[in-house]
Design a protein around this ligand. Structure first.
Ligand SMILES: *Cc1c(COP(=O)(O)O)cnc(C)c1O
Length: 436
């Protein structure tokens, strides 16, 4: 393709398409993508960018992956979709078997949802119907940590951080939930029990109206890229048991190896900490298409079905989409056969090594790393348009938000490509691009 002959009508895009969190009338610039393969995103003008984002936690194997392409085309020739009401199929069944084999017991009942936000809605509704079934209908509130992120639909939004989730915009519509200060931003060293005191206080005083605690285990993603101690999970489990509330882990960002464990719940001090309900999504299909799942225990499912409705009140049109399930099966098979653990461990070490020097820069407030996630927090919000343009010039795709410049590359990234990502971050901050 000629470099000077772009095919993508970015002007039309600019005038008519909404993009995430940008003005429709005065949008940030968008780069047209012609194709992507391995860890490289090919722009319409011929430039190639090393991907540092895994398309928001999802493309863990990189792009254009032969095994995933094969799974999609094989399934395509059988059927792309059939309704899940009254019908079932091998891709959904195989995927659920594989998922349950990865998740700790007694998680056993799989709801296949069509996006992460929907999976969270489903988890919240399960908790509400569970308490109706248990004849404790006053338990309708959810508790979450400030700085959390759980999706953009109304139920999910209600448990997002009140400030970054802009609750004031929807004040009269959004359900009012309870928020506790999150645990300290720390993974190593001693666990500080005081860090859970605010949440324990809420449970102690209001447990009679609390249906569930919903949190992102160990890594708070889109709400602030924060990392906290794994012992928090054990404590949470004990508190929820003590105060008779359900525990929901939202692993939509952290699932499938990103934090160095298959699921972040495995960072518990005692090993795996088991929630009553878990949500997964994003990397489930290796970033190929939208699919998520909400998995609960038999105990929760029983309660839900003892409620007045007698059934769980949710059923999306594209529930259990066979095409997405087939690709998800192939993605989980790839995880099983490829060395994701050593890949993620190597990325973690390299991120530690190469991002450390950012600490010497005056503009940098903190550097933190866990698994294949590296975060450099600067002191002031970055100018996204400016820094983005610089990164593209450097041949890398990194998209900061707020004060966070971060990478979470596909697990298959080569060491020299990762160095190019970390160098670009250092160069941008050192030369003050987009940083005030
Ligand atoms: C991205 C995300 C969601 C929402 O998923 P979508 O597929 O974007 O709807 C929910 N929870 C967490 C932790 C996420 O990172």
């Amino acid at each position: 393709m000629s470099n000077n002959n772009p095919n993508i009508d970015v002007d039309f895009d600019k005038n008519h398409l909404w993009h995430p969190y940008t003005s429709a009338l005065n949008p940030l610039p968008c780069f047209g993508v012609a194709s992507a393969s391995g860890v490289r995103i090919k722009l319409d003008d011929g430039r190639e960018l090393i991907d540092g984002m895994s398309s928001w936690w999802s493309a863990i194997h990189g792009y254009n992956v032969p095994a995933l392409n094969d799974a999609a085309t094989t399934q395509l020739s059988k059927m792309s979709h059939v309704m899940f009401g009254g019908l079932t199929h091998a891709p959904a069944i195989e995927l659920s078997k594989k998922l349950l084999a990865l998740l700790p017991k007694p998680l056993s009942q799989v709801f296949l949802a069509d996006s992460g936000s929907v999976a969270v809605e489903v988890a919240l509704k399960m908790a509400l119907q569970y308490w109706q079934g248990k004849l404790q209908p006053a338990k309708t509130k959810f508790v979450s940590f400030k700085r959390g992120y759980h999706g953009d639909t109304f139920g999910a939004m209600s448990v997002c951080d009140p400030k970054t989730g802009m609750h004031s915009l929807f004040e009269n519509v959004l359900a009012k939930q309870l928020f506790a200060e999150p645990p300290k931003n720390i993974t190593e060293g001693e666990f500080d029990p005081a860090s859970l005191e605010p949440l324990a206080q809420l449970l102690a005083t209001q447990h009679e109206q609390i249906a569930a605690v919903i949190i992102e285990p160990v890594v708070q993603g889109a709400g602030g890229m924060r990392i906290y101690h794994g012992a928090v999970l054990d404590q949470l489990r004990a508190l929820c048991d003590h105060y008779n509330t359900l525990l929901i882990f939202d692993e939509i960002a952290t699932g499938f190896g990103r934090t160095g464990k298959m699921f972040a719940l495995e960072h518990g001090e005692s090993g795996a900490v088991v929630p009553d309900i878990i949500t997964v999504g994003k990397a489930l299909t290796g970033g190929y298409m939208t699919l998520a799942a909400t998995v609960c225990t038999k105990e929760v499912a029983n309660g839900v079905c003892e409620s007045e409705a007698g059934v769980f009140m949710h059923g999306p049109t594209f529930m259990g989409n066979p095409l997405a399930c087939a690709v998800a099966c192939a993605s989980l098979d790839l995880l099983a056969t490829q060395q994701w653990q050593s890949q993620v461990a190597a990325i973690e070490q390299q991120l530690h090594r190469e991002l450390a020097k950012c600490r010497d820069l005056a503009a940098v407030a903190d550097v933190r790393v866990i698994g294949a996630i590296g975060v450099v927090e600067v002191r002031e919000d970055v100018n996204v348009a400016e820094i983005q343009a610089f990164f593209v010039e450097q041949g890398v795709w990194i998209r900061p938000f707020g004060t966070r410049i971060y990478v979470m590359p596909p697990y298959v990234i080569a060491a020299e490509d990762l160095t190019q990502l970390t160098d670009a971050i250092y160069q941008a901050i050192a030369s003050g691009v987009g940083i005030s």
